[in-house]
Ligand binder design. Structure first.
Ligand code: PAF
Length: 275
């Protein structure tokens, strides 16, 4: 695997790479990322990954400074997963001057769920992803379903801006106890780690109830919120939504997803399951 730190270098490498699948990341890679890399390689000549901790998508009280930077071990994992090129730019390369132009996703998409809890987050994500796509010019780009709203926002961005790029979703990878793999799991204390799968458990309870014909979504959501609160979590939301746009369901046959976000100690966890 070749590591590129400049735009010129990754562009030159991309030129010789045939059909390219691209997996943007912020590093601190886990099995979820690695599965995306492997899937990326299935229908492409080359896989390009990026590692860049994007300041623009962190709120003022979020963990930008302490976000784990683990480039050396990340490179070993990427190499083993068959990644051909890694773009790992510095902040100076990505933002040589303050970023004045931004991508503003539709308010209906960013005023809900994660967008409501993290104002400006998706604007920062969309801006850096458009920039990365312009730099790498891949044929396809992969995003994990673990960040479901991010996947929807970015899929819409690619469609609305007519980028000639296929957006491919990757399934969430879970620990044996159900906890979705996430870089933020590393912040959990041993006790919190043992408690953390409870978020997934309540998503399963809601999924099974809806599958069983219970359509009182509000009650299911508030029951789950209360259950987490009762054992010391600070939940932000549980929400049964349409998969297509994450708005509340209106028709019986809308494909659905249930999403949840909650703080356990100082760590904020998110997860979702398609119903
Ligand atoms: O999902 C992530 O790791 C980030 O939001 C992304 C897509 C790499 C943009 O910084």
């Amino acid at each position: 695997m070749k590591i590129h730190t400049t735009i010129e270098s990754i562009r030159a490498a991309r030129g010789d790479s045939g059909i390219v699948a691209f997996v943007p990341t912020m590093g601190n890679l886990h099995e979820g990322h690695i599965k995306l890399m492997r899937e990326a390689g299935e229908n492409a000549d080359s896989v390009i990954a990026s590692i860049f901790v994007n300041r623009l998508q962190f709120g003022p009280s979020e963990d930008f400074a302490k976000y784990p930077r683990t480039l050396e071990t990340d490179c070993e994992k990427l190499e083993a997963a068959g990644v051909t090129h890694l773009f790992a730019p510095s902040e100076k390369v990505m933002y040589p001057e303050p970023q004045h132009f931004h991508v503003d996703p539709a308010p209906a998409q960013v005023s809900i769920l994660e967008g409501e809890c993290r104002p400006g987050h998706f604007r920062g994500v969309a801006t850096v992803v458009l920039k990365l796509l312009n730099i790498v010019r891949p044929n396809s780009v992969l995003f994990g379903k673990k960040d479901y709203q991010q996947l929807i926002v970015l899929r819409n961005m690619v469609r609305e801006l007519a980028l000639p790029i296929e957006v491919l979703p990757g399934e969430t990878v879970r620990a044996p106890d159900g906890l979705a793999l996430s870089s933020r799991n590393g912040y959990l204390s041993p006790d919190e780690r043992a408690e953390a799968p409870r978020l997934h458990k309540h998503l399963l309870i809601i999924r099974d109830a809806v599958r069983g014909g219970d359509h009182d979504f509000l009650k299911l959501e508030t029951d789950a919120l209360a259950a987490l609160e009762a054992v010391g979590w600070k939940p932000d939301y549980f929400a049964v939504r349409r998969r297509a746009d994450l708005q509340p369901p209106v028709q019986e046959d809308d494909p659905l997803v249930v999403l949840g976000a909650a703080r356990l100690g100082r760590t904020r966890l998110i997860d979702n399951i398609e119903i």
